[in-house]
Ligand binder design. Structure first.
Ligand code: HEM
Length: 320
């Protein structure tokens, strides 16, 4: 049996290990070295989003995909090379766009304060800015991440798929240190943006031997999706907005799920599971609660697998 002193030593070492994980991340990381960093990123995001209203959703998804694979290390931003197929060319990331916006912010930062602000931090700040500027909450982004040098297309198989059930989703988030509440909260990111037919078409055509369409889907909504996405001759650009106010960050996504109008099987599956359903119901009733939780969960997402040692890339598309 462990003695009292071994227990204390274990506790001290354990606490130290936990603190070490994010010791270098802090909200004031660039206050001395690049005080304009936050302003440069937010101005770039704002201008790009005015020019193309699809940008906010794309940047938010890009941040999620970055943090889920190899941690928030900007691995999603690296380009493929003749020797290596990078994450951005893995199947789920083909539809992730707007990398040019991060390049633009980074180029301005390199002029203002060379070799200082990591690409991973640019993406974390940008993700906060797109939420705030579409009407959602804001939060202090903790900074000090370093950029990774590795990016592999095969790793993207570990991103959650839109047909996962609640258990699969919960496991995917738990393996990154994220709770059931974080899962539901962050899925609220589907208040913004759009999906191509390929991500949900199987729900509305020949769903199973018993049901032509997914029985958890509202029948009118199923007809709408069938019209937009025929089983053959699909237009590659066709698809559906993820909620009825897809350029506004709000709690409509949760209301839509309750109405059986979640676009992905995975969204709808969370409503059919007792572990996640009460959280969806609470957020559908109380937008302020959703906003508070979203800010907290985005900070947690931004802490996943952070590198404190490594490089600050000069160009987000390639290692130094
Ligand atoms: C919980 C598991 C998740 C699954 C299975 C999932 C799956 C998907 C899929 C299949 C698409 C559509 C891709 C396309 O066809 O173009 C999508 C879009 C999107 N996802 Fe998720 N996602 C998940 C979680 C998240 C999280 C946590 C966030 C952000 C915090 C997020 C943000 C977005 C956004 C903003 C879009 C729209 C992108 C656009 O309009 O370009 N997703 N997601």
């Amino acid at each position: 049996m462990a003695t009292q002193s071994t227990k204390v030593l274990f506790f001290v070492l354990f606490s130290f290990a936990i603190c070490r994980t994010h010791a270098a991340l802090n909200a004031h990381y660039y206050d001395q070295t690049c005080p304009q960093a936050e302003f440069i990123v937010s101005q770039t995001i704002r201008n790009a989003s005015i020019y193309d209203p699809k940008v906010p959703a794309r940047i938010l998804r890009m941040f999620f995909h970055d943090c889920f694979i190899r941690g928030c290390d900007a691995s999603v931003l690296l380009d493929s090379t003749p020797e290596n197929e990078a994450e951005k060319d893995g199947p789920p990331n083909i539809s992730v766009r707007a990398f040019y916006v991060i390049d633009d912010a980074k180029a301005k930062l390199e002029k203002a304060c060379p070799h200082t602000v990591s690409c991973a931090d640019v993406l974390a700040m940008a993700a906060r800015d797109v939420v705030a500027m579409t009407g959602g909450p804001s939060w202090n982004v903790l900074k000090g991440r370093k950029d990774g040098r590795v990016s592999k297309a095969n790793d993207t198989a570990n991103l959650p798929a839109p047909f996962l059930n609640a258990t699969g989703l919960i496991q995917a988030f738990a393996s990154r240190g994220l709770s059931v509440k974080d899962l539901v909260t962050l899925s609220g990111g589907h208040t913004l943006g759009f999906s191509h037919c390929s991500s949900f078409v199987a729900r509305v055509h020949n769903f199973s031997t018993l049901h032509a369409t997914d029985p958890s889907m509202n029948t009118e909504f199923a007809s709408l999706l069938k019209n937009k996405c025929p089983s053959t001759n699909n237009n590659g650009d066709a698809g559906q907005f993820l909620d009825s106010t897809a350029s506004q960050f709000d709690n409509d996504y949760f209301k839509q799920i309750i109405a059986g109008k979640g676009v992905f099987g995975s969204d709808q599956a969370m409503y059919n599971d007792p572990r996640t359903r009460p959280i969806i119901e609470a957020f559908a009733k109380d937008q302020n609660m959703f906003f508070r939780e979203f800010a907290a969960s985005m900070i947690k997402l931004g802490n996943v697998g952070v590198n404190e040692v490594g490089e600050v890339r000069l160009n987000c598309r390639k290692p130094n």
